[in-house]
Design a protein around this ligand. Structure first.
Ligand code: NAD
Ligand code: DAU
Length: 360
């Protein structure tokens, strides 16, 4: 029996992690702690909400007293911490909430774990989910031809060099996690993952935004010249990596998670257009007319590329899907789940759950 607290379980990646754990480990009690911000949507968990081993608690990770109370009430012995503000563009407009949620929220959870476990670390784990963006940006020294577009990759020993308020807040959180391990002996693990895509991603992020705009005939904004490179990973592969690290990762370590799958943004845009046009039965090429090159994101990181060899050699994890296959699955999911998409873009999910749980 394990009692696992998953924070941010109503969000994109969190909902996949909750689903995987609830279904794969019926002997575990899974407690989903989520504030239900704009990014948290319990529709994402409709298929597991009545499972006997699943519990939902609406709670702010920054609310230290309440987090302590929940840890006691559910006898928590493992934490997987995903709750965060996660969108870079929002962090440029409103950095304060990123520092509050991502830094102070993580600190609150770390302190609650220390307080509740009180030095008895046996069978305990505090697992923090972080991002490759903490490492900063890589050069594009092989701009032509196929990926990889550069000779350097992010490894676990890279120094932290965040550029956006989002990545700075995630770096701050990572430093606190490490400090709690080194200072108090809290058993921690950190993973730093690359760009995720797949079902249930909020349509402000590139891939679901493109699919939604194509289906509505709206412009497809490409920042700058579309030359920036990201390393894409299907979300269920990330959830599987989290399962692997949670159960078999070494305490005190950090692991990179990535797809070995670098793509320039403009090529991602073209692939999503081609796939969506085909599945919608649109004339080939019609979606490309919607591309609009717009002002670049401030401080836009040029290239991310993750080296996840450590995770592969130590724990045997590898991504399972080719990008084209994952994009096809993703586009199909969004087109088949237009009720989900309409409720999200229309904001109805917020009203619905605010009635049930009150406004955050
Ligand atoms: P998301 O924005 O889809 O979901 C975040 C969740 O956290 C939401 O359910 C939201 O309600 C909840 N939340 C926000 N503030 C909260 C608070 N104060 N208290 C409790 N809950 C709160 O995010 P995501 O894309 O699923 O990312 C999840 C985690 O993974 C984040 O920590 C993010 O930094 C990290 N990550 C994301 C990616 C990616 O590509 N999306 C890649 C690497 C790492
Ligand atoms: O690398 C991991 C990170 O990936 C996570 O930590 C973040 O939580 C997650 O949001 C993601 O960050 P990005 O900024 O890379 O993702 P986003 O989908 O916002 O943008 C992907 C790329 O596409 C980026 O180079 C900016 C560009 N872009 C994005 C949007 C929303 C566009 O060109 N047009 C757009 O409209």
């Amino acid at each position: 029996m394990k009692n696992i607290l998953i924070t941010g379980g109503a969000g994109f990646i969190g909902s996949h992690v909750v689903r995987l754990f609830v279904k794969k480990y019926p002997q575990y009690r899974i407690v989903n702690l989520d504030l239900l911000t704009y990014a948290g949507n319990l529709d994402n968990l409709a298929d597991v909400e009545s499972a006997p081993n699943y519990h939902f608690e609406r709670c702010d990770v920054c609310d230290y007293e309440r987090v302590c109370e929940l840890m006691r009430r559910y006898s928590i012995d493992g934490i997987i911490h995903l709750a965060a503000e996660s969108h870079v563009d929002r962090s440029i407009r409103d950095p304060f909430i990123f520092a509050c949620t991502n830094v102070m929220g993580t600190l609150s959870l770390l302190q609650a774990a220390c307080q509740y476990w009180n030095g008895d670390w046996s069978e305990k784990i505090f697992y923090h989910i972080s991002t490759d963006e903490v490492y900063g940006a890589l050069e594009l020294d092989k701009p032509e031809g196929a990926a990889p577009y550069g000779s350097r990759f992010f490894s676990e020993s890279n120094k932290y060099e965040p550029h956006s308020p989002y990545s700075a807040s995630k770096a701050g959180a990572d430093h606190f996690v490490r400090a709690y391990h080194d200072t108090y002996g809290l058993p921690t693990i950190i993973t730093n993952c690359s760009n995720n895509y797949g079902p249930y991603q909020f349509p402000e992020k590139l891939i679901p935004l493109l699919i939604n705009n194509i289906r509505n005939g709206r412009p497809l904004p490409v920042y700058g010249r579309g030359e920036n490179v990201r390393d894409w990973l299907y979300v269920e592969d990330h959830a599987r990596a989290i399962d692997t690290v949670f159960h078999r990762g070494r305490v005190g370590e950090s692991y990179n998670i990535g797809g070995f799958n670098e793509w320039k943004n403009i090529d991602v845009v073209k692939l999503v257009i081609k796939t969506t046009d085909r599945l919608l039965g649109n004339l080939p090429g019609s979606g490309e007319k919607l591309i609009e090159y717009v002002a670049d994101r401030a401080g836009h990181d040029l290239r991310y590329a993750i080296d996840s060899t450590k995770l592969k050699t130590e724990l045997g994890w590898e991504p399972s899907l080719q990008f084209e296959e994952g994009v096809e699955k993703t586009v199909r999911w969004y087109l088949e789940n237009d009720v989900w998409l309409n409720r999200v873009t229309g904001g109805e999910y917020r009203e619905y759950y605010a009635k049930m749980y009150g406004r955050g």
